[in-house]
Design a protein around this ligand. Sequence first.
Ligand SMILES: *Cc1c(COP(=O)(O)O)cnc(C)c1O
Length: 426
Amino acid sequence: MTKSERLFEEAVRYMPGGVNSPVRAFGSVGEKPRFIEKGEGAYITDADGRTYLDFVGSWGPMILGHNHPQVKEAVLKACEKGLSFGAATEAEVTMARLICELVPSIEMVRMVNSGTEAVMSAVRAARGFTGRNKIVKFAGCYHGHSDAMLVKAGSGVMTAGVPDSAGVPAGCSQDTLTAVYNDLSSVEELFGACGQEIGAVIVEPVGANMGVVPPAEGFLEGLRGLCTRHGALLIFDEVITGFRLGLSGAQGYFGITPDLTTFGKIIGGGMPVGAYGGRREIMEMIAPLGPVYQAGTLSGNPVAMAAGIAQLRLLKETPDFYQKLGQKSERFFEQVQKLGRESKIPCQLNHVGSLGCLFFTQEPVRDYASAKTSDTKAYAGYFKHMLREGIYLAPSQFEAMFVSAAMTEEDLERTLSAMETYFLAG
Ligand SMILES: *Cc1c(COP(=O)(O)O)cnc(C)c1O
């Protein structure tokens, strides 16, 4: 028995499923989790001393690779001064200024502790500002696990949401309407039916929680137009895309200005951090300035801020950071696409910048329904092969592949060879 297996046996006795977040349990790929001991650059090492090239990167935050010396140093320095005060600190001002400078649509920002919290709070702010209760989300978009956001597809475009999770009272999700990603007419229908009640449309500007689904030409512009016309706010959930597609996120990449934006993942440099921000008049609704209450004992924690600031500064100050990461990713994904076409196993690649996903389906994937046509058993086979080859992919078909700046051309070549042996063997 490996050490990971022993740890997992013990873990399941004390934690539901042995984990603190479900997808870590490796259930959908029929494997047992590898317990990770350390990470360095593009690689992670498990409890049995096996090293893997890591395409998960803590689900996005580690865009610079693991244990970046400057981020680590900033954290250690902050630790020396104390871990938390629950009082105002200079690091919070530095972080807020940095975000407002980098993302033009953000005039004011509030730090929180996770992406879930950022979305929950942004939705509350939108409802408080507009005085409207209904929220439109898209099937297959994930916005964290707050009650109102745990609603997905299957409920039909025009019907009110059906809770996706047990324990969510119908009352908590009845104001969450579901539309079809990349289908503006599904959103128009909702506005047509109850436009005066819709406070916000929330969207992942690149769908990255149903695999990777780029926005179709005109989709984000169309949402912007509909929201403006009907007096609803447009919320971009940039928890994955923020500081991933560029310094000003997907909104800069596609040139669309949302009213509110949520961040998480990269913004914390590996620490638990989230943020939401936007137009001043909306953010001025937040307590203590306004009537929308939102608080946090550890929000803006100095150690977490130190990690986030160090990482954001590196992204900002490294010359051509996004151009280089984008070009490296583009070359890699082009090769993956070629392998996919030659493969005996039907598959499709979607990619934007350093985000990609190989779907095991023949259908082009542009929304939740087409993503769901993927053969998850085929993905599991591919995942296991790659893991044996020392390449750590997301343990689920419906997650992104994250290319990090720490990956070298050799790392990516090796990944392609491992894919090739699998695909050409069929
Ligand atoms: C990960 C994610 C969240 C939730 O963030 P947590 O930090 O896991 O709470 C919300 N929205 C999107 C788009 C995400 O990818």
